[in-house]
Design a protein. Structure first.
Length: 622
């Protein structure tokens, strides 16, 4: 590869004509290519500068730009060099700080806390270009270089850490990121509505300290306001008062209070009835205002219609792997009402499905046709869960009062509408669009919903699978699946049968790739052996196994930290021993000779020496 341009990226034009298509990275860029002598907003991100709607910094930057604000981006600035934070000057309104598309500790550290060897959101996948706790570090550098500037936090790291939370790398409870960082305001959730309101009010001359009522933001509270909240706590859903959570000091000292906090947070995620959450941190505190309302279909279409180049900035000195994955994909929806215990989707994107229109998706298909390297294959037509497009609550009254944390667990809600007509129409429209040869579905398919959608599995197998389809049963054991809020393994078995039949009817030989997780709370060696035997009996040989990571603010993180399920109070065994974590992973990869010693050790410890031997039903041959 010559220079910073990957083989599939052609430089169209040069100089001003080329660079003015991107948000500027330096004051010189802003002046020469945009004619700006000052910026309104500067976004500091831990990701490389990729101008694609799958990258949060690009989406927020383009949205602000479309409303007339002058926006620049500092992508992966060297946090050790103050000069890196001077490249764009001081913004007139605020610095927007995000760790990037991933929490920086998850991006930098493995499930066992070790440093990762690569970073998909950095040029050439190089590690070490974003600091640990990037949001805190970036804010501190901005305070040093530009004292007095307004700093607004956002992105998934801010969402997951807006209140007290368990940090798996330190194995301790940390306080709100807003207070830890010293920022002025924190935006949680996808952020579009909140960011525009903040910019508008700052533009009007309002002081940031008075912007305390924007939905989807977390704000500082002083002692007087905290005391007022604590003197009249709320206990009746929908009464308009805030819910007072156990203090940081209490959730640090007792696991019962941490469990109570987690349950309260989970019950306040429906944007149509959620209450604000207040939490004391010593002599100050925070209030996490209720989530912002979801975007309408038209608003989501407008957001994806913004003039993204869909390429990485020329300053990137190497191809950004995460862009390669998504550059010919199309996001058709956001949000998830599955409520899986280990997943952060509902904490950040929300539980309400927001779907784009078919004309809006087709406009993006037309843009793809003009992209360098596009050969006619849409690599993914999906989102967090591909087959929830167009789904939602069939009762407006119920939607506005419901406090269920999952529409699918322990059983599918009878109010839920999952009629596949809109999704099938979209799939057909995309695959028959001019210039499209194939439109694949690569995002996770929710199997329990697919089984009740007449015609969906057949259409998927016939037209939208490129030989392999990835699905995520996660486990086999009923005890573990219940803790995960995942459907029983019988759902996977029924789906596999239907998919195999549909593929055969379409004249295709196609396979399922199953994703499994080891180390989730509630899992012991006996449950992992059960999973290994199930895999072996069906001829599945997982190539990758996800080791459980207690993502901040999720139900599973609370289980891992406390040993109790916060939603029902049941005791759940956490997996903390590093050797056992390795054995659990090895059992799922029983077929790999490199795992043999660990598998034998696991079988011996579990009292299952009968599974080592030569005949049928043996997990390991001698």
């Amino acid at each position: 590869m010559d220079g910073p341009y990957p083989p599939w990226m052609t430089r169209r034009g040069s100089g001003r004509a080329f660079l003015e298509r991107y948000l500027p990275e330096t004051s010189e860029d802003a002046s020469r290519h945009r004619g700006w002598d000052e910026l309104d907003v500067i976004i500091v991100t831990g990701d490389a500068h990729v101008d694609h709607p799958s990258f949060g910094a690009a989406m927020i930057g383009r949205l602000l730009e479309s409303h007339g604000y002058r926006v620049g981006i500092l992508a992966q600035p060297d946090w050790k060099d103050p000069a890196a934070f001077r490249r764009l000057g001081r913004p007139r309104l605020f610095f927007g700080v995000t760790a990037g598309n991933m929490d920086s500790m998850l991006a930098n550290r493995t499930s066992r806390g070790k440093r990762r060897s690569s970073d998909s959101y950095s040029p050439s996948g190089r590690p070490g270009l974003r600091p640990d706790r990037a949001t805190i570090v970036y804010t501190q550098r901005i305070r040093e270089v530009w004292p007095g500037s307004v700093v607004v936090l956002g992105g998934i790291e801010a969402s997951l850490r807006r209140l007290a939370h368990y940090d798996f790398t330190q194995e301790m409870v940390r306080g709100s990121l807003l207070l830890d960082s010293g920022a002025d305001l924190l935006v949680h959730g996808m952020g579009e509505r909140a960011v525009l309101q903040i910019a508008f009010r700052l533009q009007g001359g309002e002081d940031v300290s008075s912007i305390v009522d924007v939905p989807g933001t977390t704000v500082r509270l002083d002692e007087d306001v905290l005391a007022a909240h604590e003197s009249c706590p709320s206990s009746v859903p929908g009464d308009g008062f805030a819910v007072v959570l156990p203090s940081l000091e209490k959730v640090r000292s007792t696991r019962r209070d941490f469990t109570r906090m987690t349950r309260a947070i989970q019950l306040e995620t429906n944007p149509f009835n959620a209450r604000d959450l207040v939490q004391r941190h010593g002599r100050e505190g925070v209030r996490a205002n209720a989530p912002a309302l979801p975007l309408t279909t038209q608003e989501l279409d407008n957001l994806h219609d913004l003039p993204y180049t869909r390429m990485q900035h020329p300053s990137c000195d190497g191809t950004v792997p995460a862009l390669v994955t998504v550059r010919h994909s199309i996001t058709i929806m956001r949000g998830c009402f599955g409520g899986c215990s280990f997943c952060a989707l509902s904490v950040h994107q929300g539980r309400v499905i927001q779907s784009r229109s078919i004309p809006g998706v087709l406009r993006e298909v037309e843009l793809l046709r003009s992209q360098p390297g596009f050969t006619g294959t849409v690599t993914d037509l999906g989102g967090p869960t591909a087959n929830l497009y167009g789904s939602g609550c069939g009762s407006d009254k119920r939607l506005r009062s419901c406090r269920r944390t999952s529409c699918l667990s322990p059983r599918i809600c009878h109010h839920l509408v999952t009629e596949p007509g809109p999704l099938l129409s979209l799939m057909r429209a995309v695959r028959t669009a001019p210039g499209v040869k194939r439109a694949l579905v690569a995002s996770g398919v929710r199997m329990d919903v697919a089984l009740r959608a007449e015609g969906y599995i057949e259409e998927l197998a016939a037209h939208h699978v490129g030989g392999q389809l990835s699905v995520a049963p996660e486990h086999v054991s009923g005890v573990v699946l219940e803790a995960m809020r995942k459907p029983p393994i019988s759902v996977t078995e029924r789906f596999a049968t239907r998919f195999e039949e549909a593929s055969r009817d379409a004249g295709k030989k196609q396979y399922l790739v199953l994703y499994f997780m080891s180390g989730h709370p509630g899992t012991g060696l006996a449950e992992m052996i059960e999973a290994a035997l199930w895999l072996q009996s069906r001829g599945y040989r997982p190539r990758q196994v996800q080791q459980f990571v207690p993502v901040p603010m999720t139900v599973s993180a609370a289980m891992h930290h406390t040993g109790f399920d916060p939603m029902n109070g049941r005791q759940v065994r956490p997996v903390r021993d590093d050797r056992e974590k390795r054995m659990q992973k090895a059992l799922l990869m029983y077929w790999d000779p490199a795992m043999r010693d660990l598998v034998q050790e696991a079988l011996r410890l579990a009292g299952r020496g009968d599974l080592v031997g030569g005949g049928m039903g043996r997990l390991l041959a001698r």
